[in-house]
Design a protein around this ligand. Sequence first.
Ligand SMILES: *Cc1c(COP(=O)(O)O)cnc(C)c1O
Length: 380
Amino acid sequence: MIPLAMPNLCGNEKKYLDDCIDTTYVSSVGEYVNRFEKMVAEATCSSMAVATSSGTTGLHSALLAVGVKPGDMVVVPSFTFIATANAVAHAGAFPWLMDVNADDWCLDLELVEQKLKEDCSYKSNRLIHIKTGRRIAAIMPVYTIGNVPNMKKLWEISKAYGIPVVADAACAIGAKMGEEDIGGLCDISVISFNGNKTVTCGGGGAVIGNNEQLLNFVRHITTTARCGIEYDFDMVGYNYRMTNIQAAVGCAQMENCERFVSKKKDISRQYEEELAGLNLHFFPKTQGSSCWLSGIVLHDHYDIKSTRRIVSQLKEKGIECRMFWKPVHLQTPYRGMIYEDNGVVDSLWGRILTLPCSTNLTEEQFTYVVETVRDLLSII
Ligand SMILES: *Cc1c(COP(=O)(O)O)cnc(C)c1O
């Protein structure tokens, strides 16, 4: 079976892990954590990075850092991995789900602006969603498949309404806005190093940005809010820190980050070249997209059932491919949430097919995938 996206452990992973065991630094302190944070900060052009146990715990901490409180509302795209909404729920807040653009699969910012304008009003300097009485505490854009949304528009909205922006850049290591790295684009941003991402720690995350006050707060609450070396704590903290073992893998992976990202971009471009001429679309790419996943969007006469059939036909031929995120507004825990619909994601998500795009995908495997997909889709 040719896997969809598997870890590429071709570097110093084993050597650094051995080092953790030899030195007994396997837990929550150790040089690899510090080194990993430096590498991530450098790669993303952030002044600081705080390593966390996962992307989800990083997102939760980032939301707390910008002041999201129980009962608040956070603007979130419905087209995302469910962890985005879960992080909001973990903070006791409610996701205000909104649709995405067809051309970058990121939050529809025109819709966000319109909804803030029409459905909210100020009450003693707080922006309140009129129908529910809830405060709008943050906007959480998602860098879908490594696409950076229209930042100019986002900054405009954030400034006009005084709402902080927490970027879910979980799958976007290596992404840029044009030439600019993602570290300083938002008040605070979060990257995931889960096993299916371009760069992995096995599991893990990092909170990045240029606002050191926010990031120091994140460091504090992710390390049980301890103050001093005795057992003193000054708030309800979390045990969200990354271990030295995770960071050891992460350091080895970060050494190959640029190579991995450039391979991801190559794969995406090659699929576009080799599958051109079939009646389908490709994943959208913003300028500087890190192309986390590659794949195709089937013609709009396909539905979920016929797309699933293609998935199983490819599986029979030894190719792992998958459908992509089912929107959050269709997920059991979030069915009651308010969802602002512009008609994009409902008609889109059931026709998306991700194709094998591991950074160690061989030329033979790639050729086989392309030929099989061509055969399968040209006869239909
Ligand atoms: C992977 C991912 C997450 C979750 O990260 P974990 O490290 O698995 O907790 C959140 N949001 C998006 C968009 C992701 O792709």
